[in-house]
Design a binder for this molecule. Structure first.
Ligand SMILES: *Cc1c(COP(=O)(O)O)cnc(C)c1O
Length: 377
């Protein structure tokens, strides 16, 4: 039964909010979310209570969902990340943070006495996850560019070599989009003759396109990762936060527990799961394919190169990590940060050239910086 309509005031509240959201979306260079999506074809699904309760690969008695498409999305990423052919599994999460929590959870179940190592530049949510899971952990120094300091990592593991090693590698750090090299990390573990270890890759930001560029950064299953998490609302773009986690099926099997009530297996973090978000990811995969996604990545890299050049031409000390779409520079004024929604940390800031950003946006941003410079002189 439905009844009642919104009052005129409430309708106003909604249209005001819509207007505000539209405007705030226009000028937006500071956070890594793509906005160039059109999911009109999927709007009818909003009429239904889609819920992918339980494990995507085990049917549930709850039938209103998108499991079949979710499985295709998971298969796509398992293949993209070169997961072992007969030993992969995964699900569509609520975002990168949940995927990271999941990776750490699997690692803890495999190595309850393990020590977690992660760099200073790691996303803020990881510390909270470690706290939730009550896992021992050590922070490793970063190099100037935001990449983990391999010497400090080696030294620290050596000091604790009696403990299993759990690595949280960053594939695109939040501030500078630095990538930790999973092959180098594996070489350190080999050198120290560490027998029990687990490597999780936090590829929330740049996982998807890292698999599509040359030279391919060392971050996936073939390079040594045991699980990988990405965010779906970042490079792909989606109206609501979502993500994907890919893990080895043999590891997932260790935590699986059958639950009669849902008629499925409880292998995911949450019970009810968003049944709409797999549709958005699936839609993008089908619409763009590998070629389209690659073109999208190259466009972002070109825009970033353009932004770096334009900033340098103004005498601003801008820089980028190799094959990164994040351009770093000293934090501009508070007014500019606010207008363009730029994050600033310790005097450093950045713009992130997501696929929807083009040279026109960069030119407008540069014009704002120039106008401010003129005022200051
Ligand atoms: C965005 C991000 C996260 C968190 O992902 P959410 O999708 O926001 O939960 C974790 N790590 C890195 C490096 C990120 O960029």
């Amino acid at each position: 039964m439905t009844s009642g309509n919104l009052s005129a005031t409430d309708q106003h509240t909604l249209s005001d909010l819509l207007e505000k959201v539209k405007n705030q979306t226009d000028l937006f260079l500071g956070y890594p979310v793509a906005k160039d999506f059109d999911y009109q074809e999927l709007t009818d699904f909003l009429k239904y209570p889609m819920n992918n309760l339980g494990d995507p690969f085990v049917t549930s008695t709850y039938g209103v969902g998108s499991r079949e498409l979710e499985k295709e999305v998971v298969a796509f990423f398992a293949n993209l990340f070169r997961a072992p052919e007969d030993n992969w599994w995964g699900y569509v999460t609520n975002g990168g943070s949940e995927g990271n929590l999941y990776g750490l959870y699997l690692a803890r179940e495999l190595h309850p006495k393990g020590m977690v190592y992660y760099s200073e530049a790691t996303h803020y949510s990881v510390q909270k996850n470690l706290h939730l899971l009550n896992m021992s952990n050590i922070v490793i120094r970063t190099q100037e560019n935001g990449e983990i300091d391999y010497d400090d990592l080696e030294y620290t593991i050596r000091m604790n070599r009696h403990m299993p090693v759990i690595i949280m590698a960053n594939i695109g750090t939040t501030m500078t989009e630095a990538r930790d090299d999973v092959a180098k990390i594996k070489a350190i573990l080999k050198k120290l003759a560490i027998q029990h270890y687990y490597i999780h890759a936090d590829a929330a930001l740049s996982g998807t396109y890292s698999a599509l560029i040359e030279p391919r950064p060392a971050f996936d299953f073939e390079d040594g990762a045991d699980s990988i998490a990405i965010s779906g609302h970042k490079f792909f773009g989606s109206p609501m936060p979502c993500g994907v986690v890919i893990a080895k099926k043999s590891n997932r099997d260790r935590i699986a527990r059958s639950v009669a009530y849902i008629g499925s297996v409880d292998t995911t973090i949450t019970g009810s799961r968003n049944g709409h978000s797999p549709l958005f990811l699936w839609h993008t995969i089908k619409r763009l394919g590998i070629a389209g996604l690659k073109a999208r990545a190259l466009h972002s890299l070109e825009t970033a190169a353009y932004a770096e050049l334009k900033l340098k031409e103004m005498g601003i000390a801008a820089w980028r990590n190799t094959n990164a779409i994040t351009v770093n520079f000293p934090a501009p004024s508070v007014a500019i940060c606010k207008k363009w929604q730029l994050a600033a940390e310790n005097g450093h800031s950045h713009i992130i050239c997501m696929p929807n950003v083009n040279q026109t946006h960069i030119d407008l941003f540069i014009a704002d910086l120039k106008a401010e410079m003129v005022l200051q002189h």
